[in-house]
Design a protein around this ligand. Structure first.
Ligand code: IMP
Ligand code: MG
Length: 186
């Protein structure tokens, strides 16, 4: 996709380019392949935000992995989480005794993931790790949440693209950009 369309004009600026994303995702895939050598991890995509990252990432991991998908929603306004998480679509397969990697788009306060981790720990996974595309460490409210793999640490700004949305839009941008506040402040 070219960068001269209406979607891009809603951005204040591009924060992470598609080229930077590509390089990092490849690096992360190789790291996961080393860490899980000899294993058959289950990689779980947290829908919908992680979908673009997930499909790129799994193709960089040369292991006999399996995939599963989970959709959760955290109640709240379009740009803030409330902390209450609801499972909209659960995993298809049991994760008992499995090495699980949760793939998430962004860790902000960490409330969504810590809630999800509690649920998945109870299901008896042999191991459980988190891979996140983006991390807004400055906004963390759950300090003990361990995010094992992160592609980019970003500042406290609302970002869209490469799977991340505002009001379900902008997921199809190949780059990650800071959404202009005029879009959501009206
Ligand atoms: P947390 O529970 O505060 O960590 O929120 C995580 C969820 O909020 C992510 O999975 C996203 O769906 C959403 N989110 C947080 N920050 C952003 C952002 O900058 N852009 C788009 N979605 C975001
Ligand atoms: Mg999300």
């Amino acid at each position: 996709m070219e960068r001269d369309n209406a979607l891009y004009r809603d951005l204040d600026r591009i924060l992470v380019t598609r080229e930077q994303i590509h390089d990092k995702v490849k690096e992360l895939g190789q790291q996961i392949a080393r860490d899980y050598a000899g294993k058959e991890p289950v990689m779980i995509c947290i829908l919908k935000g992680a979908s673009v990252f997930f499909t790129d990432l799994i193709r960089e991991v040369p292991l006999p992995l399996t995939t599963d998908f989970m959709a959760i929603s955290s109640y709240g306004s379009a740009t803030k989480t409330s902390g209450v998480v609801r499972i909209l679509k659960d995993l298809d397969k049991d994760i008992l005794g499995k090495d699980v990697i949760i793939v998430e788009d962004i860790v902000d306060t960490g409330i969504t993931l810590s809630y999800l981790m509690k649920i998945l720990v109870q299901r008896g996974a042999a191991s459980l790790r988190i891979a996140a595309l983006l991390d807004k460490t400055a906004r963390r409210k759950v300090p003990d949440l361990q995010v094992d793999y992160v592609c980019f640490d970003i500042p406290d700004a609302f970002v869209v693209g490469y799977g991340l949305d505002y009001d379900q839009k902008y997921r199809n941008l190949p780059d990650i950009g800071i959404l202009s506040p005029r879009v959501y402040e009206g």
